[in-house]
Design a protein around this ligand. Structure first.
Ligand code: SF4
Length: 248
């Protein structure tokens, strides 16, 4: 089976070891594998090279379009697993793009990773609009689910799929992380969490921004808003450390 990966600037598949900069595992060293393709089209997406193809109608604030032939690399699952295992860390983060578009390949990939590195922790970042299969859910130690609020510019029916959100909410190992532009986004996050009985301790708010300056400008007010709701707040440590670029 094959898996579609994003590419680094040098054309190599985007598999790299770094620190997790966001969410409940912030600060932990992880090996990342970035998949190509997304079913959403967020106007501020920081990985638009995984989906914003030439000829598509989607608007992105950068105005840039990309070519799949240049940005996507198909690897066999075995080759992808070997590349991940060559960069050992206590955990692997599968991210995108939207990993749930490749659920069948991910089952094979995680099995291969567990054979090569028994006990390795598997974490997955998803936009929460596509439910995991039961088999996949059983193999993932942590889902970081990031439902997209209105400012991302998606069709709400697609981005906030109630059935998919309910499926993630039912998983003890799912944490919900909302990308926020204003403190008022805390109320929008709470309104999404409430019908799914997502406890505040399972939810964090993170400032949208791809520069340290943008993140720092939003973080203090967002932290106050998070505290008012009992949510946690997430920084974006990798942006402070490396800036906005691929493979970090
Ligand atoms: S869901 Fe994630 S990868 Fe997809 S467009 Fe939005 S921010 Fe980008």
């Amino acid at each position: 089976m094959q898996i579609n990966l994003a590419r680094n600037d040098d054309g190599a598949p985007e598999i790299f070891r770094s620190i997790q900069g966001e969410g409940p595992m912030a600060g932990r060293e992880r090996t990342f594998i970035r998949l190509s393709g997304c079913n959403l089209h967020c106007r501020w997406c920081d990985t638009a090279y995984t989906w914003n193809w030439e000829g598509s109608p989607f608007a992105h604030e950068s105005g840039k379009k990309y070519r799949p032939a240049e940005e996507m690399d198909k690897l066999s699952v075995a080759e992808a697993a070997a590349r991940v295992l060559a960069l050992p860390a206590e955990g692997v983060v599968i991210t995108g793009g939207e990993p749930m578009l490749q659920r069948a390949a991910l089952l094979d990939l995680i099995q291969a990773l567990r054979v090569g590195a028994p006990g390795v922790r598997i974490e997955m970042e998803t936009n929460g609009s596509i439910a995991p299969s039961g088999a996949l859910a059983a193999m993932v130690d942590l889902f970081v689910v990031s439902p997209k609020l209105a400012h991302a510019g998606n069709d709400a029916a697609l981005a906030l799929n109630s059935e998919a959100l309910a499926a993630f909410a039912a998983l003890d190992q799912a944490h919900f992380k909302f990308v926020c532009q204003t403190p008022g986004d805390a109320a929008a996050a709470a309104a999404i969490a409430a019908p799914h009985n997502i406890a505040p301790a399972r939810l964090s708010l993170m400032p949208e921004g791809v520069s340290s300056a943008a993140i720092r400008a939003r973080l203090p007010a967002l932290a106050e808003a998070a505290r008012a709701y009992g949510f946690s707040v997430s920084d974006r440590l990798h942006i402070h450390q490396f800036g906005q670029k691929r493979g970090i």
